[in-house]
Design a protein around this ligand. Structure first.
Ligand SMILES: NC(=O)c1ccc[n+]([C@@H]2O[C@H](COP(=O)([O-])OP(=O)(O)OC[C@H]3O[C@@H](n4cnc5c(N)ncnc54)[C@H](OP(=O)(O)O)[C@@H]3O)[C@@H](O)[C@H]2O)c1
Length: 392
């Protein structure tokens, strides 16, 4: 398999390159805006066939030149670029994955379904941890039930270590800021309904050691597709995030200081938006700190509750997705987002995914074998099936 990973020096992209090398012996072109940073990633892949290149993915002719020689394009940049990168992949006849369209962009991408079908390629939209694994959990729950009414998704992360350090975003600071400033949409009674940022406060029990977590609605892609693509009566879908207190305070402070703004401000002779400024600052800090400690101390957890009926009785299926940092391989818990694009790329290229078009994960990925693949990387999925038996 020959794969082009765009954004390959980012937090997620770098780990996807690693997975493609370690698990599929893939030939990888690792592309990013910054050649120095991506060269470092390529040289850290011992024994891997990884070539680092400088590429601005918004330059469609430059992208086309590279993409025409690969089987699959893995887009690990940020969501606004999906609509620039995916059409080029379709044009050159390469399969495609990304990490989510942040709700709105997903709809723009779905409009390319016919073009992708005509080109004989599959574009899997939003295949990370969430969106990604959580969508597949929803599809798995629906398979177990006769009908499904509600899917509630929850996410949290944290560390066992006591620290005085400020929180460090586990993924793109740009997305974190967007999540805290843009209105989420939930699906309620079959209708897509915008709600306020951080509304829907709910206490949820997450796996140990997270325990009880307060979670709120934030904008995410799962609600864009799950009701429509899973079907079987699904009419309520929402995504809630349970921030660790330290992270919540850091991110909210950044937003309150105005770092969420796209409006350029002038400083001396140059002009830059606060959001571009902090994105650039954080990537430098990230490159300097790419290490994981020697302990199992950092976790990423998801919970997906699927509620419906089985045999005419109320029933529910809950999925717990747990990932700890892997000190042996020196990989963070963020691999739960980086591994799914690698597995999906392999499945598209080897024909395990047969459907063509622009599809969310719940529409084209078979859950159980996918969960087993995740398990090989210690991304652990547990299923809990609850239904009552009447003795009357
Ligand atoms: N589905 C999920 O579960 C999930 C979970 C976490 C994150 N995400 C999403 O995944 C995306 C990547 O996250 P991340 O944490 O890896 O972000 P990141 O660390 O900011 O990495 C993004 C990379 O893309 C590069 N890039 C930006 N514009 C580019 C362009 N025009 N051409 C080529 N490369 C470009 C960036 O380069 P520069 O640094 O030079 O700009 C950076 O190296 C984000 O959108 C995030 O929201 C999804």
């Amino acid at each position: 398999m020959k794969a082009l990973v765009i954004g390959a020096s980012g937090q997620i992209g770098a780990m996807t390159v690693r997975d493609l090398v370690d698990f599929y012996d893939a030939e990888v072109i690792a592309a990013d805006l910054n050649l120095e940073r991506v060269k470092k990633i390529a040289s850290s892949m011992k024994g891997g066939n990884v070539k680092a290149i400088k590429l601005n993915a918004t330059d469609s002719s430059a992208l086309k030149k590279v993409a025409k020689d690969v089987d699959v394009v893995i887009n690990s940049t940020w969501y606004e670029l999906n609509i620039k990168i995916m059409p080029v992949a379709i044009d050159v006849g390469a399969h495609y994955t990304d990490l989510g369209g942040f709700y709105d962009y997903t709809f723009k991408q779905l409009k390319y379904d016919k073009k992708a079908k005509d080109a004989g390629v599959t574009c899997v939209l939003g295949i990370g941890s969430s969106p990604g694994i959580t969508n597949i959990c929803g599809a798995a729950g629906a398979k177990k039930l006769d009908s499904i009414e509600t899917v509630n998704i929850y996410c949290t992360w944290g560390t066992k270590q006591k620290t005085m350090d400020a929180a460090f975003p586990a993924y793109s600071v740009r997305t974190v800021i967007d999540e805290l400033t843009q209105k989420p949409t939930i699906v309620e009674n079959g209708k897509h309904k915008p709600v306020s940022v951080l509304s829907g406060e709910t206490e949820v029990l997450m796996p140990h050691p997270a325990g009880k977590v307060i979670a709120y609605y934030i904008k995410h892609s799962e609600t864009a597709t799950m009701a429509e693509y899973i079907g079987k009566g699904l009419k309520n879908v929402c995504f809630r995030i349970g921030f660790p207190a330290n992270d919540f305070n850091t991110f909210r402070t950044l937003v309150q200081l105005g770092f969420g703004s796209d409006k350029k401000i002038s400083v001396d002779d140059s002009a830059i938006s606060p959001k571009d400024f902090i994105t650039s600052m954080y990537l430098e800090a990230l490159a300097a700190s790419r290490k994981t400690s020697g302990m199992l101390d950092e976790f990423d957890f998801f919970r997906v509750d699927c509620v419906g009926e089985k045999g005419g009785r109320p029933a529910s299926v809950t999925y717990y997705v747990r990932t700890w940092n892997d000190p042996k391989r020196g990989i963070t818990s963020g691999r739960d987002t980086a591994v799914p694009p690698s597995i999906t790329a392999n499945w598209m290229v080897t024909g395990k995914i047969k459907k063509r078009g622009t599809l969310p994960p719940e529409a084209c990925i078979t859950p159980e074998p996918f969960f087993k693949e995740l398990g090989k990387r210690a991304v652990m999925v547990d299923e809990e099936f609850l239904f009552s038996t009447p003795f009357y």
